[in-house]
Design a protein around this ligand. Structure first.
Ligand code: SAM
Length: 264
């Protein structure tokens, strides 16, 4: 069983006395606590091994998919560039999977949180974050359609290669818009419309890519502005078949418009 301090409570100074007391107990020379600490380390190692095994058993599938578009590193570099160099307070990654975007953006936020429904993926994400020494991000269980997170609390929300798995991608954009602070941005990366039906049959894709107009309509319905579009097409003659799109969407800077939207 794990406990954590809620996001807002982390800044609550009155908690520090409680935390000091907990730290004092943990540091006490107590045989039972020492044994607990040992067992904690063992169980963390076992979970990381379990996550690695799951990842390994799915790695071939993911590699096959990766071969269909430009290298992930190219796409990631473009996403970070589009989001801008300015560091932000709160970064949220919806459908975080292995926590890759939390890693990619790690130098650009003060506090990061990635949500996913799959416990296996979350285990991998936590192991990856720990291995990368990223202590300012967490991977949490949550349904991206309805998150236990305050509205207007995120500077940047990222949805990377997730929307095509969803029955209602527009509803995911709406939840992302709810999370954004005034002036905050939503980065969506996904595929342009394509006809690779086997992705539906063999890889559980529900949607074969999205058009700019479709994304623009979701934005409009959620009170966001589609600000920039990047298109990463494979070079002509390449065997790769998928064009990757990055859409940068912005929440209105005017707080009243955001409030009117959440009240509607
Ligand atoms: C292809 S992975 C992408 C992972 C990550 N964004 C990346 O780019 O590496 C899609 C992830 O979305 C998660 N997912 C699907 N539906 C979800 C939902 N309703 N709420 C949260 N996560 C979801 C899946 O569990 C999976 O880990």
């Amino acid at each position: 069983m794990f406990y954590r301090i809620g996001g807002q409570a982390q800044n609550d100074r009155s908690l520090s006395a409680v935390l000091d007391a907990v730290a004092a107990v943990s540091e006490a020379e107590d045989r039972i606590l020492a044994r607990d600490a040992e067992r904690f380390a063992q169980s963390r190692t076992a979970r990381a091994a379990q996550a690695a095994a799951y990842f390994q058993s799915n790695a071939n599938e993911w590699n096959k998919l990766r071969q269909l578009h430009l290298p992930a590193s190219d796409i990631e570099a473009r996403i970070v560039k589009l989001a801008g160099d300015r560091p932000v307070d709160t970064f949220v990654d919806l459908g975080t999977g292995t926590g890759r975007m939390l890693e990619v953006f790690a130098d650009h936020y003060r506090s990061g949180v990635g949500y996913d429904l799959s416990h296996e993926m979350l285990a991998i994400a936590r192991a990856n974050l720990e291995r990368a020494g990223i202590n300012h991000a967490q991977a949490r269980h949550g349904d991206l359609f309805s998150l236990a997170m305050d509205g207007a609390s995120a500077d940047v929300v990222c949805v990377h290669h997730v929307l095509h798995y969803l029955a209602e991608p527009g509803a995911a954009v709406d939840e992302a818009a709810r999370l954004l602070k005034p002036g905050g941005c939503l980065i969506i990366s996904d595929f342009a419309p394509h006809d690779l039906e086997f992705l539906r049959d063999e890889h559980a894709h529900r949607r074969l890519g999205f058009s700019d107009d479709e994304v623009r309509d979701w934005c409009a319905a959620s009170g966001l502005q589609l600000e920039q579009i990047e298109t990463l097409s494979p070079a002509s003659g390449e065997k790769k078949k998928l064009t990757v799109k990055i859409w940068l969407c912005r929440a209105p800077a005017d707080v009243r418009r955001l409030r009117a939207r959440s009240a509607a």
